[in-house]
Ligand binder design. Structure first.
Ligand code: PRP
Ligand code: ZN
Ligand code: MG
Length: 226
C-alpha cells in the first residue's frame, strides 16, 4: 500500500535508567546511527533502523499510533497502558516481544515504617498514591478490596508525608528511595524489567524482515549475556 515503509523505527528512553543500556544493547546487535546526541531522531547507518528518543511513558502510545514500530520500555509501563487499552477496545494493541535483562525492579505496595502489615484487607478505605493506577486498580479488584487511588506522575514516595495518601504503590529497585522516605515494601504486584515491545499486528512491508533480523541478533546477544 501507499503506507509501505522500508525503515524500522525504534523508540527508546531519551534519558533515565533505561536510556544507556537500551542503546548499548542495540549497538551490540550491530546497529549504528549517524551521531546526533541532542537530536531526538537518530538515522540508522549500518541498517535501515532508526531511533526515536522519547519519554518512556510515551512509548506504548507511539507504537499504538504507528509512529514507532518497536520500543524499549519497562514492562510496568507497557502493562499499565495495555490495561487502559483493553478497557476501551477489549483487545491488546501491543505486546512484549522479548525481556531484555536490564532495568529490573518491582512494583510494590509500601507503607510507613510504623505500620504493622498483615494482609491486603487492611487497605480497605485507605488512599494509595501511585503512577500505575490501572495495575493497582486491577490488583485491588482481584483482592476484593475497595481503596482510594491517588494518581501522581512522580515523587510518589513523598505523598504519605504530605498527607495526600496513606501508603503508596511504586517501583522499587535498590529500595533507597523508600528507605529515605521512611517507607517499607510489603507486597509485590509485578516484577518488571526492560522489554522490547511491538504491535500485535504483523508488519506487512519491509519492516517485517528488519524486525525478524533484529530479533535474531537480539536472541544471540541475550544468550551470550546469560
Ligand atoms: C524510580 C521509581 C522510584 C525509584 C526507585 O523513579 O519511581 O521512585 O526509581 O528506585 P530505588 O528503589 O533504587 O530508590 P526514577 O528515579 O526512575 O524517576 P521517575 O519516577 O521520575 O521515573
Ligand atoms: Zn517515566
Ligand atoms: Mg520515581
Amino acid at each position: 500500500g501507499s503506507g509501505a515503509r522500508d525503515r524500522l523505527r525504534i523508540a527508546i528512553q531519551k534519558s533515565g535508567r533505561l536510556a544507556e543500556p537500551a542503546r548499548a544493547l542495540l549497538t551490540s546487535c550491530g546497529l549504528s546511527w549517524r551521531e546526533s546526541r541532542d537530536r531526538l531522531f537518530c538515522y540508522g547507518e549500518s541498517l535501515p533502523i532508526d531511533l526515536l528518543l522519547v519519554r518512556d511513558d510515551d512509548i506504548p502510545g507511539l507504537i499504538r499510533d504507528g509512529v514507532c514500530d518497536l520500543g524499549v520500555v519497562g514492562r510496568n509501563v507497557l502493562l499499565e497502558q495495555d490495561i487502559a487499552v483493553r478497557r476501551e477496545r477489549e483487545a491488546s494493541v501491543f505486546r512484549e516481544l522479548r525481556a531484555l535483562g536490564f532495568g529490573g525492579c518491582r512494583l510494590a505496595l509500601a507503607v510507613p515504617e510504623g505500620w504493622e502489615w498483615r494482609d491486603p484487607s487492611q487497605l480497605a478505605g485507605k488512599r494509595i498514591a501511585t503512577s500505575y493506577p490501572q495495575i493497582l486498580q486491577q490488583w485491588l479488584d482481584g483482592q476484593g478490596v475497595q481503596a482510594g487511588v491517588v494518581e501522581l506522575s512522580g515523587s510518589v514516595e513523598i505523598a504519605p508525608k504530605l498527607g495526600q495518601a496513606d501508603l503508596i504503590c511504586d517501583l522499587v529497585s535498590s529500595g533507597a528511595t523508600l528507605a529515605a522516605n521512611q517507607l517499607k515494601p510489603v507486597m509485590t504486584l509485578i516484577e518488571s524489567e526492560a522489554v522490547l515491545a511491538g504491535p500485535v499486528a504483523a508488519f506487512d512491508d519491509a519492516r517485517g524482515e528488519l524486525a525478524e533480523l533484529l530479533l535474531r541478533r537480539l536472541d544471540g546477544v541475550l544468550r551470550m549475556r546469560h
